[in-house]
Design a protein around this ligand. Sequence first.
Ligand code: COI
Length: 354
Amino acid sequence: MSVSTMGITVKKIEKSRIGELDHSNIQFGKLYSDHMLVAHYENGQWLQPEIMPYGNLNLSPATTFMHYGQAIFEGVKAYKDAEGNPVIFRPHDNWKRMNRSAERMAMPDVPEEIFVEGMRELVKLDKNWIPTAEGTSLYIRPFMIATDEFIGVKPAEKFTFLIITSPAGPYYAKPVSIFVEDKYVRAFPGGIGFTKAAGNYGASMYPTLQIRKKGYDQVLWTDGFEHKYVQEIGTMNVFFVIGDKVITPETSETILEGVTRDSVITLLRDKGVTVEERPLSIDEIADAFGKHQLKEAFGTGTAASISHIAELTYGDIHMKLPSEDWGISEWVKAELNDIRYGRKADIHGWIVKA
Ligand code: COI
């Protein structure tokens, strides 16, 4: 039975928990909607996916992902369009990226019928959980874990793919303050930096904790050879506005191919702004700041959307970026929101109806 003909079984919750959602105080990742999607993979094939009430998983303590980290995830968002219909932003791009992560982590491809169609079914079912205030959305978290009950080290043979969703407000409540990392490393060529492997985030916790103690919000990672070229921020890709150009590190084995990153580049180029994707050294950034040419810096990500950087610290250089200069990032943020909430035409075909 192929996945496309097997359909999705739906077991609905008896009583919705929607009353728990306080629209006046929506935080990120605190509350989960009524249903989740679960699909198991065994004997080389995906079994029939099931949408069921959100709840705990029953797993053996010997489940392999808990020991060796064969686990990957994605982040997607759903909105309500101008007519109040549930829509999902660029789910096919996340699906493709999930499968690039899956290949590198020796996990099976997730079929489009499960990732995209399953997500559409789930979002449609839980559409009442999509908040509509500006800056809010339903955050969708697809993820896959290796589920062999075996603590020997070997690529697993059994996997579970899940999608959970959560009403979300802004990921960062205010503009972020960034520390340029010159000791710890996130990614090396040949490694897994381009994937959304859980371990990439696990390994970032200790460096993040160190800089939090100094009062910074996030790390800006630099390359592992010289700590010279900027890569990405803990939860976001990074952009700098220098003079009248926008510059972002080119994606590579060590940098995640952000879907929001791509959307921002596309919208800026549509508007005629020059966007350069190239190696960018921290010295070039500091030099531009010294010459008053560094106007803005911002991060992009599904969860974070577009987040302004208020301050960037590199050694003893403190680069403060006043909000009066945030013209480009404010423009692109508004433009992207207009498309997401259906207020402007979706000329790039990014919006998919749930
Ligand atoms: C996202 O932006 O969706 C992410 O996955 C980043 C972070 C929340 C881990």
